[in-house]
Unconditional design. Structure first.
Length: 479
């Protein structure tokens, strides 16, 4: 009995000990079940989506920063083309008594066109969507800020796009001064260039580059391929230069009196600066730091090099020697001709365009100019008018969809691509540029001649424009 009592006591103790454990185990199912994989699914994609959105924003910000930095550098490079590039190039080509006068014209236009651009110029070129000219929606730069304008450049501030395009507007009228050198009044130059910018440049820029423009490559009635200003810049300025040369008449003593450049060293330096600055002119017209900018950069360099060789070879065959003046003139001619094509052709077509332009412009300067005996003092028409025209037409021949599928993926762009009608579009663009420049320049010269006069007095021309117009001399050669 005693043993049985001990056994019963042990069993009671075991039951009492096990009961709390059983009770604890019975409560375990009451706890919330662990989340299943299917229940967690909505939370994982949401976190991933947020991370992807953040990454996308950072990528866009990095792209915008890179594009903006590149475009600001390009804007500075294009300004470098006018001063000191063009100022030195033209300054060395005139006689010593006119060096300050020609350089002052380039410098004055840097200031004058900037003010006009801020007031109404930018708006007339890139405001609205009319077929011929813009409107006044951006007059006084209203609405132009850090927010990109998706119609033109979606990754850079509109302020950057505005200042970059300003540099094109500055150099274009400055090119004309090469034809009027050594005989046009400074007051007449200022008034004429003001009106010319508004009447000739602004409509042409809007028609080719502006939204809704008649010649706009993306949606115009006659889509004209002009990547960086073959028609807008070079054809208009070159043709206007010819009209100015004919209207002003020949310089006193031309062509019987020799009028060689007074300093080819200045011109050589200016030409090299123009070559470097032209990378901003053409490669910058991609409006982004991308592969298209690289392609335009390469095409620009190759075109200039081939044209320098083409001009030098033609000169060597004709005169038995290649001159420094011929080499730098050829390089500029190649840069002019490749400008409309830079963003549409590869390296080998760029070589072809450059070489053709070098030979063609040499022929225009040495043969055609002599045949018609007009006094285009610094060959603004022979290089820019002729080079811009041949370059615009050759763009229609050599443009490639592989470089820039501007009309859509898989669609041909130029003649060799299978779109020969593009050559016709290019011809229409060239003819419109010629017409606007011819008519506009004649009318404006007549008007300016009535208001201020355009040509200096003969005694002032003989004495030199540095002293007579500005009261200064470029060189103080004291003995």
């Amino acid at each position: 009995m005693k043993r049985m009592g001990v056994v019963c006591c042990c069993l009671i103790i075991l039951v009492l000990t096990a009961f709390p454990l059983l009770a604890q185990q019975s409560q375990v199912p009451a706890t919330p079940p662990a989340p299943t994989a299917s229940a967690a699914t909505p939370e994982v994609p949401q976190a991933v989506t947020e991370k992807l959105n953040q990454l996308e924003q950072k990528v866009k910000a990095a792209q915008s920063s890179a594009d903006n930095a590149w475009m600001l550098v390009c804007a500075a490079l294009v300004l470098l083309m006018t001063g000191p590039g063009l100022a030195l190039f033209y300054g060395g080509l005139v006689r010593r008594k006119n060096v300050l006068a020609i350089m002052m014209q380039s410098f004055a236009l840097m200031a004058l066109i900037t003010v006009l651009w801020a007031l109404v110029g930018y708006s007339l070129c890139f405001g609205g969507d009319g077929p011929v000219i813009g409107n006044f929606e951006h007059a006084f730069l209203r609405g132009v800020g850090v927010t990109p304008n998706a119609d033109y450049a979606g990754t850079i501030p509109q302020t950057t796009f505005m200042i970059y395009q300003l540099m094109f507007a500055i150099i274009t009228p400055a090119l004309i001064t090469g034809a009027t050198a050594e005989r046009m009044k400074f007051s007449g130059t200022v008034l004429f260039m003001t009106l010319w910018f508004l009447v000739v440049y602004a409509p042409m820029a809007h028609m080719v580059w502006g939204k809704g423009g008649f010649l706009n490559a993306a949606a115009g009635r006659f889509p004209t391929l002009d990547f960086a200003g073959g028609t807008v810049v070079h054809v208009t300025s070159g043709v206007s230069a010819l009209v100015c040369a004919l209207y002003l008449g020949k310089r006193v003593g031309y062509p019987s009196q020799p009028m060689p450049p007074h300093s080819l060293v200045l011109s050589f330096t200016g030409a090299c600066l123009l070559w470097v600055g032209w990378f901003g002119f053409n490669a910058g017209s991609a409006l982004a730091s991308n592969g298209l900018a690289s392609s335009a950069f390469v095409a620009t360099h190759f075109g200039a090099a081939a044209a320098a060789l083409g001009w030098s070879l033609a000169e060597w065959l004709k005169h038995g020697k290649a001159s420094a003046l011929g080499a730098i003139s050829g390089a500029v001619a190649g840069l002019v001709a490749i400008t409309p094509a830079a963003g549409f052709v590869g390296p080998i077509p760029a070589l072809a365009i450059g070489f053709i332009a070098g030979v063609f412009c040499f022929w225009m300067v040495t043969r055609i100019k002599g045949m018609f005996r007009y006094d285009d003092a610094l060959d603004a028409f022979g290089v820019h008018g002729a080079g811009g025209t041949i370059g615009a037409l050759l763009t229609g021949v050599f443009a490639q969809a592989a470089i820039n599928p501007i009309f859509g993926e898989g669609k041909p762009v130029g003649g060799l691509d299978g779109r020969w009608r593009q050559v016709g579009n290019q011809l229409v663009g060239v003819l419109i540029a010629w017409s606007i420049a011819l008519v506009g320049t004649i009318v404006l010269l007549k008007l300016v001649d009535l208001l201020t006069g355009v040509r200096v007095h003969e005694e002032h021309e003989v004495a030199g424009l540095d002293i007579t117009l500005h009261g200064e001399e470029g060189y103080n050669l004291e003995t």
